[in-house]
Design a protein around this ligand. Sequence first.
Ligand SMILES: [Zn+2]
Length: 88
Amino acid sequence: MGLLSSLLRLLLIGLLFAALSRLFARVFRGHPQRRVPPQPESVPERLVQDPVCGLCLPERQALSARSGTRQVHFCSESCRNAYLAKAG
Ligand SMILES: [Zn+2]
């Protein structure tokens, strides 16, 4: 009789464990790990070169000026002024 009751206890523990693991699986499936969306900063930015000092910088941060038909970019206003003074 002792053997049968211990087997029964094992069976009950097994059933409980299965139920718990199923519950956990449902909980975790209900909350899937959110994928991190790509950050705007990680998008490769177009680099432009300052023709005055030769510095490369993202186009977004550059100052721009039109020189004839083409657009030129500068790291700072002083570079732009220098370029425009030379060009004009
Ligand atoms: Zn510059």
